[in-house]
Design a protein. Structure first.
Length: 46
């Protein structure tokens, strides 16, 4: 991914982890740019 686009990634560490798992650039970027993506953790709401 070009540096120009990487600057728009809010959580680069999460983005790289998602890419390593095989997600597309676009999907990984969307998830990494979600403010509370790390907090959700795939759990159902109470």
């Amino acid at each position: 991914m070009p540096d120009k686009e990487m600057s728009s990634i809010k959580n680069e560490e999460q983005y790289e982890a998602l890419r390593d798992k095989g997600m597309s650039n676009e999907k990984a970027a969307r998830i990494a740019n979600t403010a509370d993506a790390g907090k959700k953790g795939g759990q159902a709401p109470p």
